[in-house]
Design a binder for this molecule. Structure first.
Ligand SMILES: [Zn+2]
Length: 304
């Protein structure tokens, strides 16, 4: 009997760079993997600029990233979204978590937490201190944490392995609203992915450690859980993550860079001279894309 070609009912993927520098080889890999995985399954692919942490933003780098993506031939569905436009949505999610008594204010300083806990796990000091929520008051000087139970969260990463994390033992009650009045990465990403109906998240290995926390928030807010896949990070021969390098070079739009990126992701794309133009490259990559061929590694050295 011929096997039916089963495809998910709908696939919505995304790439969500923070505008803290140029699009470099490391971020190109995440963009490429998420894009090829979506397009190879007739899925949609969205672009979101994660600009909630204003302190990290480098002016105009959102424009530069978008330009580089365009030059590389990426095509996104729907309008580009910005996290800074979504604050009201994060507020609503936070209110929901406060309402179900799952969050509490914490006035501990970093130094205090360091003294209380050697491994960085927050010991729940403020859980029962009864500090009242007052998020509208700009004078308040506390963060808001979410309570976590001592349960192990298990998820199957599409590329890596079966992942498990006990949040109580390995993280502790974690921050969802920072002392400097910024919603945490964990909360904002979960809310945006939910509102954009993202079904598949393909991103760098550095975020695998955040996944259990994000799944926990999804569960508490009653959101459907997306599928996760974490690609290896590109590091230099000195093991420095590319995006952390101040000299992380802006990628050029030439086909050789795209071919190199696809090879890094384990795809048999041949050589750059096989392609007449960028559209030709993408068409081929999306045809042959096989996520099972992406190396099951945390990081891979690159030459530059
Ligand atoms: Zn505290």
């Amino acid at each position: 009997m011929k096997k039916a070609n089963l495809k998910p009912k709908h696939y919505r993927g995304r790439f969500a760079p923070s505008p803290s520098g140029e699009l470099h080889f490391g971020s190109l890999l995440a963009a490429m993997a998420s894009y090829a995985d979506a397009r190879s399954q007739d899925g949609q692919w969205l672009l979101r600029i994660d600009d909630i942490d204003q302190a990290r933003i480098i002016k105009d780098s959102d424009k530069h990233i978008i330009e580089s993506l365009e030059q590389c031939g990426f095509q996104w569905d729907e309008k580009i979204s910005y996290q800074s436009d979504s604050i009201e949505n994060y507020n609503k999610a936070l209110e929901q978590l406060i309402k179900i008594d799952l969050s509490y204010p914490c006035s501990c300083s970093r130094a205090q937490i360091k003294m209380l806990s050697e491994n960085g796990v927050y010991p729940g000091t403020c859980r029962d201190r009864g500090i009242e929520h007052n998020i509208d008051n700009s004078a308040t000087n506390y963060a808001i944490r979410i309570k976590v139970p001592s349960e192990t969260i298990i998820f199957k990463d599409k590329i890596q392995h079966l992942c498990r994390q006990n949040l109580a033992q390995e993280v502790g009650d974690f921050i969802i609203f920072r002392r400097d009045k910024v919603f945490s990465y964990q909360l904002s990403v979960v809310v945006d992915d939910y509102l954009s109906q993202i079904t598949h998240i393909v991103r760098g290995f550095d975020l695998i450690d955040s996944t259990a926390r994000q799944i926990y928030i999804q569960q508490q807010l009653g959101y459907p859980l997306p599928l996760y896949a974490h690609i290896p990070l590109a590091v230099t021969d000195k093991q420095i993550k590319l995006s952390k390098l101040s000299q992380a070079k802006k990628i050029d739009s030439e086909i050789p860079t795209l071919v190199l990126a696809a090879q890094f992701l384990g795809q048999e794309v041949g050589m750059d001279k096989d392609y007449d133009n960028i559209a030709d490259f993408w068409q081929h990559l999306c045809q042959i894309w096989d996520i099972d061929k992406v190396p099951k590694k945390e990081k891979i050295e690159t030459l530059n």
